[in-house]
Design a protein around this ligand. Structure first.
Ligand code: SF4
Length: 237
């Protein structure tokens, strides 16, 4: 096992000690539900994207119905999540292509390895590597760790990887990711990034990594109590 894999396992244990094992949905969410929720979550917070997702679910009884309404209607329903024009175009285009493929369930992904499945999903306009990897982790139970802004910042500060961009972090982090750890590691790291390892003034005195973290600008000043923000959209689709 590589030194990086060993470090991920150690960090995963420290995160579980701090936050516990994150709950997973049972049964796993439908892959298309998850994909649409993830598109809605781009560049906004989980609460707003969840509202937009619920607006769509309450208005339509199945996703194909979105193809027969005007895009501006979808835009109106998802406005709370921001970038409504762009996201409504992405969703309409995705649904149109899936219907043309006659595979609204995304079952073409089932027999593909992670790399191929990511390639297939990122062929759709507006779907990047983060969105695609969320579908694989949350809806298909693949052992893959999506990298958002929190995961990128924290794994680089801790010293698990040393990369400048989220996409490079994703590739480096996911080389031989230790079995069975991705959901817990990913979900707890997002919590760490939201509550403790914030972009400015991280609360290093509360952090489970304070003894091993490589970040040069650790902050041990004690100022205020951390707010808990554990609602995770993709575990509630
Ligand atoms: S010790 Fe500080 S900088 Fe390092 S991961 Fe924890 S909060 Fe972030």
């Amino acid at each position: 096992m590589s030194a990086k894999s060993k470090l991920i396992i150690k960090c995963n244990s420290l995160l579980i000690k701090k936050f516990g094992v994150p709950k997973r949905q049972k049964p796993l969410p439908d892959p298309l539900d998850l994909l649409i929720a993830t598109i809605l979550s781009q560049n906004t917070n989980d609460n707003n994207s969840f509202k937009a997702y619920q607006n769509l679910k309450q208005r339509f009884s199945n996703w194909k119905e979105l193809l027969v309404v005007k895009r501006t209607k979808i835009e109106q329903l998802i406005r709370v999540a921001g970038l409504a024009e762009q996201k409504s175009k992405t969703i309409k285009n995705l649904l149109k292509e899936l219907v043309e493929k006659d595979d609204i369930a995304l079952s073409f992904l089932n027999n593909m390895n992670n790399e191929l499945a990511l390639n297939e999903l990122t062929r759709f306009n507006g779907i990047g590597i983060k969105t695609a990897s969320c579908v694989l982790l949350f809806a298909m139970n693949r052992n893959i760790c999506p990298v958002d802004t929190h995961v990128h910042r924290t794994v680089n500060r801790i010293g698990i990887v040393s990369e400048k961009t989220a996409d490079k972090t994703f590739n480096s982090l996911n080389e031989n990711f230790p079995d069975g750890t991705a959901h817990s590691f990913h979900t707890n790291l997002i919590r760490l990034g939201r509550e403790i390892c914030k972009p400015k003034n991280p609360k290093c005195h509360e952090c489970p990594f304070k003894k091993i973290c490589q970040f040069d600008d650790k902050n041990f000043e004690i100022s205020g109590v951390s707010n808990s923000s554990s609602f995770m959209l993709l575990d509630n689709v």
